[in-house]
Design a protein around this ligand. Structure first.
Ligand code: FEO
Ligand code: CA
Ligand code: CA
Ligand code: CA
Length: 654
């Protein structure tokens, strides 16, 4: 299968000229770097500043360490979990979500069936106990994103086909659209304590790219750049796609981040009114030929449709009839996730990374404070507030630069006529403000126990050696790093923060990698390409990896979950906890509120880098996949699945 086809690659390279303001900042940094390089003693200080433990700054709460016995690096057709833990498949692609869903029949899949079944490529997992706000432990809603489809592993028709785009049909497009989006499912613990899907639940719901009616709200709603032939109001849109990570708000709504939306649009940018905007977003990416079957995905037939994607979507999972709402105040870019925190006065903060090489880290702070006693009073909190972008200084300080129309360069002179323009072209606004280009910001995870925020920078093969800086210390960077932010005065809404490296990923035994881990990290405890992060109820940090097709080069092990200490003498120690089957990516780590279950999402088993899988050494196809995980039945394709992990001896996972 061609590299880009059917693959909403997180990392599609887009060459762009660095803006003038940014250029100035770059020059300053590079000069400083050059100076440091010329001075051995100063360089030693710089290098030492990456050494662990980097910061023993006082945290508000002591966080315990990990007790589990780690597993080994490796790759094979199955998953593996740490001893004394068990991993049960909870729900798979094609399993029923709606009570009237037909049984999964991969040979005869239809869009109508897929609309009622669990979608493909589960990514973000949200957990909301039932009833909302209760301390009960046996019933919950899971909110799961379905990021994209690997059509070549879903349909036999692509086997051996040289040009899969040409083999695409209207029904395959419709199935793909129906397999995107999200699922809300009720789950309950059975008599044996295992989580099961409650298929008769009134909460169960599928959200898709093709049928779910959504609203657009916030400053860009109704703007002429949001209007289309089918929606002259600019306030109503059908569907969501490439929902990568997400968040659960304190008021129990489900946030779905729209990430690589460029891949769903086709057409030409010649004389296009959104030429600058779309170029900056990589539109049209043409990963999927949906535009041949639904003209709104053709940028020449519906020039503004792509402006209606790239947002954060808020869903009320307690009301399956409620329209999801795209909250434009949070900006438009390739949102990896959208996890929330609260500042001391009750404002809500949403953190979001823009997952592409040299993109930025964002934060949104609501204007209004949360109403703890009235859930509905919070429903429009995300419509007004201030979106800011992060600037990382070399000295370990940083600041949040607000993206407000009229401020600094965000003026008509630069093509911004209103806040709607600033939000629609968030990336260009951030360029002009001088944000710090990062090594692909993936998940951003606040830790309520410590007040810190963890940022996964996954990798950046395009960073040149002379483009490195303190927060992106390697070029090219195949392994990524985890950065720890400490908001000033432990206030997530503060204008300033300090930052520190928690782990500089990659093999610590290979000096050329320049990794940095706590010395207590074993040969299995290090990893590459951190992506999704989770904090358990005790405040401990866990990272899921996504090495993509480079897994063999980056680490030699399949992706998985690692635990990482963040405090004390073990700060920066990794321990391997879970490993995915070959070709899969690890997504969605999410703990139940009691910490006794860790839900993980195994995405695209048999897909990535199977040509380096010893004994297989070729690309997977529908008929001959590298693994048939998790069913291992002849004729049954590999199926992305959510897995529930419990500790056999009871008590918290890990
Ligand atoms: Fe969808 Fe950034 O991974
Ligand atoms: Ca991801
Ligand atoms: Ca997370
Ligand atoms: Ca990723």
């Amino acid at each position: 299968m061609a590299d880009k086809t059917f693959e909403a690659a997180d990392d599609t390279p887009i060459d762009r000229p660095m803006g003038k303001t940014l250029g100035t900042i770059w020059t300053t940094r590079l000069n400083r770097r050059g100076f440091l390089k010329s001075s051995t003693s100063t360089l030693a200080v710089t290098t030492a500043s990456l050494a662990l433990p980097l910061s023993l700054a006082a945290c508000s709460e002591q966080i315990p360490s990990f007790e589990f016995e780690e597993i080994e690096h490796g790759v094979d057709g199955n998953h593996h979990v740490a001893p004394d833990h068990e991993a049960d498949i909870l729900i798979r692609w094609g399993d029923p979500v709606m009570p009237d869903a037909p049984a999964f029949d991969p040979e005869n899949q239809s869009a109508a069936a897929q609309e009622k079944q669990f979608g493909y490529n589960n990514d973000f997992i949200g957990f909301i106990p039932l009833p909302f706000g209760s301390e009960l432990k046996d019933s919950a809603l899971l909110c799961v994103n379905h990021e994209f489809t690997n059509d070549d592993l879903m349909h036999e028709v692509f086997d051996g086909v040289a040009n899969p785009l040409a083999a695409y049909t209207a029904e395959i497009a419709a199935i793909s659209m129906a397999a995107h989006g999200g699922s809300v499912i009720e789950i309950a613990r059975d008599a044996a304590g295992k989580w099961r899907v409650v298929t008769e639940s009134p909460f169960n719901r599928r959200i898709t790219a093709s049928t779910t009616q959504m609203e657009i709200s916030g400053p860009a709603a109704g703007h002429e750049r949001m209007q289309t032939g089918r929606d002259p109001s600019g306030r109503a849109v059908i569907g969501t796609m490439n929902n990568c990570a997400g968040g659960i708000t304190p008021w129990g709504t489900y946030l779905m981040a729209e990430e690589n939306i460029h891949g769903y649009f086709m057409g030409s940018l010649d004389n296009h009114p959104e030429h600058t905007n779309y170029t900056r977003m990589g539109i049209p990416g043409t990963f999927y030929p949906w535009g041949a079957f639904d003209t709104r995905f053709d940028i020449n037939k519906e020039p503004n449709e792509a402006n209606r994607f790239g947002w954060v979507v808020e869903v009320d999972p307690f009301d399956p009839t409620a329209k999801p709402i795209k909250r434009t105040a949070l900006g438009r870019f390739k949102h990896e996730g959208c996890e929330t925190a609260q500042c001391p006065l009750g404002r809500v903060v949403v953190y979001s990374g823009d997952d592409q090489r040299f993109e930025y880290l964002y934060r949104f702070v609501t204007d209004n404070v949360i109403s703890p006693d009235n859930r509905e009073a919070n429903f429009n909190l995300l419509d007004s507030g201030v979106l800011s972008v992060a600037i990382f200084n070399e000295d370990g300080t940083g600041e949040w630069a607000p993206l407000i129309f009229g401020n600094g360069p965000l003026t008509p002179e630069n093509g911004f006529e209103s806040q709607a323009d600033v939000l629609i072209e968030t990336r260009r606004a951030a360029d002009l403000i001088g944000a710090t280009p990062l090594d692909r910001p993936e998940d951003v995870q606040p830790n309520v126990k410590s007040g810190k925020v963890y940022v996964a920078l996954t990798n950046n093969s395009k960073r040149a050696e002379n483009q490195t800086d303190a927060v992106n210390p390697r070029g090219p960077n195949l392994w990524g790093q985890i950065v720890e932010l400490s908001p000033e005065a432990s206030n997530h809404a503060a204008a300033n923060f300090t930052w520190d490296m928690l782990a500089v990923c990659g093999d610590p035994a290979d000096a050329t990698v320049k990794a940095n881990w706590n010395d207590a990290t074993s040969e299995n405890g290090w990893f590459a390409c951190p992506d999704n992060l989770a904090v358990d109820p005790a405040g401990r940090l866990w990272a899921a990896t996504d090495q993509g097709k480079n897994w063999e080069k980056a680490s030699g092990t399949a992706d998985g979950i690692w635990a990482i200490d963040t405090q004390g003498e073990l700060r920066g120690r990794g321990k391997m906890f879970f490993r995915v089957p070959v070709g899969a990516e690890m997504c969605g780590p999410r703990f139940s509120d009691d910490g006794e279950t860790l839900f993980v999402a195994v995405q695209h088993p048999a897909s990535d880098g199977t040509e380096n899988f010893p004994g297989f050494e070729r690309n997977s196809t529908y008929s001959a996949p590298a693994t048939r995980w998790p069913d291992f039945k002849a004729g049954m394709p590999p199926r992305p699945s959510v897995v529930a992990i419990n500790r056999k001896s009871g008590g918290p996972v890990g």
